[in-house]
Design a protein around this ligand. Structure first.
Ligand code: SF4
Ligand code: SF4
Length: 173
């Protein structure tokens, strides 16, 4: 079983995590509804909990294995990869079909310092995943602020709102 703070760009620590490429943000819903779904999936695993929530992008993914992978229900990730010992033959067949081909511009592009800055600044699953995938915005912030701690709370909130507005419609948080 992997730890929820793996030190990778997907779970870099500081409370940040991302499962964007698996559809963690493809819900036309509020934060509370998404949190409730990801909580329910952790508790139900290895059974799946299908999404009752509509998609933002109709032909996008909403993988039923995206859920919280920690006891505190704060770190998002793949329940199957997190606990591979629970993966059955059906699970492995699903993964072979679904997870084989994907790319992540953030993973290919960002430096460890950029990942650490985004994790420290956002510190959650919702906005961290969006910020690392808005590379121009992240680099602009790093040009203007030497350290995440230098970013004012007003600026941080403005960044969160901007990211949410761009990702979700209607505005969700
Ligand atoms: S979008 Fe990139 S950083 Fe996010 S979970 Fe996928 S591979 Fe990881
Ligand atoms: S099973 Fe594949 S697509 Fe689904 S959450 Fe895990 S890695 Fe992502």
């Amino acid at each position: 079983m992997r730890g929820p703070d793996s030190g990778t760009i997907c779970q870099p620590g500081r409370g940040a995590s991302c499962a964007l490429c698996c559809g963690s943000h493809n819900y036309r819903a509020g934060r509370d509804e998404m949190d409730a779904l990801f909580r329910a999936r952790r508790r139900a695993f290895p059974a799946t909990v299908p999404s009752p929530l509509p998609m933002v992008i109709d032909d996008g993914i909403q993988c039923p294995y995206v859920g919280f992978i920690d006891e505190a229900d704060s770190i998002i990730g793949c329940l199957l990869y997190f606990d591979e010992s629970s993966a059955s033959g059906d699970h492995r067949a699903f993964m072979a079909r679904t997870c084989r081909v994907f790319s992540c511009m953030a993973r290919e592009t960002l430096s460890p310092d950029e990942v650490r800055f985004a994790a420290a600044l956002m510190g959650d699953w919702l906005h961290y995943g969006l910020l690392i995938n808005d590379i121009a915005l992240l680099r602009d912030l790093m040009r203007r602020f030497a350290l995440p701690a230098h970013v004012t709370s007003e600026e941080r909130e403005a960044v969160r709102e901007r990211l949410s507005r761009a990702a979700f419609s209607p505005k969700m948080c």
